[in-house]
Design a binder for this molecule. Structure first.
Ligand code: MLT
Length: 411
């Protein structure tokens, strides 16, 4: 008899963004006003790939058309030409040491941050911020590291409260007993950024407690404040205790093209059942080469285009465009009396609402035909917030804010 992984039954609902997509589809079926729906929900980019990426992409495709330049299976960890550029421009130039053989190219940060947990024991104690990107939670539920879902939270999962009081930056409490800790900065969903001292508190915790940090830096390109660290490896000792995830999705418009990477330094260690150190990089190499066959050659060429002089300029302009959207959303919502967080070094705005967040989501959808994301979808502490994404074109953003401000009363 073929039996199922019962852990899947613990998952309390469908994946957040699928749930929202379904509600939006229902709304559209019943919406006879003819008004265009504006999506500021899921963080999906709308601007085209930078010209430098398109040119490199096309060159890559052309090479595939000729026998002498055709590429079959590539290295599972990614082509060296891309890993070398990442090591140089994303790290060395910023004063951080990462070598190309510590970089694993993949098809997305969602897959990386979702898959990485499988190289750790089934009984490690997992800590996640609340609110949190649901992938970290759901993949650990699927792997059986949690109990059932009760009163809005999974049993046996350690929730790190991210609230207005702590500026949405949880720090390790003295009694915390976590082995695997997920951190994301700039944060999805709150838009908060962590200082060096705050990251240091986590790195010190992980070193003292033989724990490991998964640091999701998917939104790193949105940091404009020079004081804010871009990489966890800016913190002394982090190479031993942290894995960093980066993505080209939001930085260069690759949500539909798919390319990202994980950094696992040589020193990064976990422990076997006898307490002996094991190289995390070697474990992941084994896993990656068994289950993954690499990102397509033209896509890696396109990603390498980001690191050309014009690619760097174009990606910065792209990110600046969304940051300006974020600024406009913050200004509009603040002028209407809302309390707004995030949006300065992040494409996400975290907006406090007097009503339950799913109710606010529905109100904005029905009255303004604008899709947002209910904070409760990211966890119990997200209740009474909605997340607004800055990823859309300028006119849509302007219209969306006008509609919300003029039509929706949240009292
Ligand atoms: C989000 O909206 O939180 C992200 O777009 C989801 C993702 O990157 O998978």
């Amino acid at each position: 008899m073929i039996t199922i992984n019962e852990n899947y039954r613990k998952l309390h609902a469908s994946y957040l963004f699928s749930d929202i997509a379904k509600r939006v589809a229902d709304f559209q079926e019943q919406n006879h006003s003819g008004e265009t729906l504006i999506k500021l929900g899921i963080g999906d980019v709308t601007l085209p790939l930078p010209a430098a990426c398109i040119r490199a992409f096309q060159d890559g495709v052309n090479e595939m058309a000729q026998e002498e330049s055709f590429h079959g299976y590539g290295p599972e960890n990614g082509y060296l030409f891309l890993r070398e550029r990442i090591a140089e421009f994303d790290f060395s130039e910023q004063g951080v040491t990462v070598s190309p053989d510590e970089i694993f190219i993949s098809d997305g940060a969602k897959c990386d941050t979702g898959n990485i947990q499988e190289i750790f024991s089934g009984d490690v104690r997992v800590a996640v911020p609340d609110p949190v990107y649901p992938v970290y939670v759901d993949t650990n539920v699927m792997a059986g590291r949690t109990g059932s879902f009760q009163d809005g939270r999974y049993q046996n999962l350690l929730y790190l409260e991210s609230t207005e009081e702590n500026g949405f930056i949880p720090l390790p409490a003295p009694d915390l007993k976590a082995d695997l800790i997920y951190l994301c900065f700039p944060n999805n969903p709150t838009g908060a950024v962590a200082s060096k001292d705050q990251l240091k508190a986590w790195v010190d915790y992980a070193r003292q407690n033989k724990a490991l940090i998964i640091f999701d830096a998917a939104y790193e390109a949105f940091i404009r404040n020079p004081e804010v660290p871009h990489s966890i490896y800016e913190i002394e000792g982090a190479r031993e205790v942290a894995i960093e995830s980066r993505s080209f999705s939001k930085k260069a418009g690759f949500t539909g093209t798919r390319c990202a990477y994980l950094v696992i330094p040589r020193e990064c260690r976990a422990f076997d059942a006898a307490g002996a150190e094991v190289s995390v990089r070697e474990l992941w190499t084994r896993r990656h080469s068994t289950k993954f066959n690499g990102v397509s050659y033209p896509v890696q060429r396109a990603a390498a285009g980001i690191y050309t002089p014009e690619g760097k300029r174009q990606t910065r302009e792209l990110v600046d465009y969304y940051l300006e959207n974020a600024r406009m959303i913050a200004e509009g919502m603040k002028s209407a009396g809302y309390t707004v967080y995030g949006g300065e070094n992040s494409p996400y705005l975290w907006i406090k609402t007097p009503r339950p967040s799913w109710e606010t989501f529905s109100l904005i959808l029905n009255k303004a035909a604008v899709v947002t994301t209910p904070g409760a979808g990211f966890g119990l502490s997200g209740e009474n917030y909605i997340r607004i994404s800055a990823f859309n074109n300028r006119d849509c953003v302007r219209q969306a804010i006008d509609r919300i401000v003029s039509r929706v009363s949240l009292d």
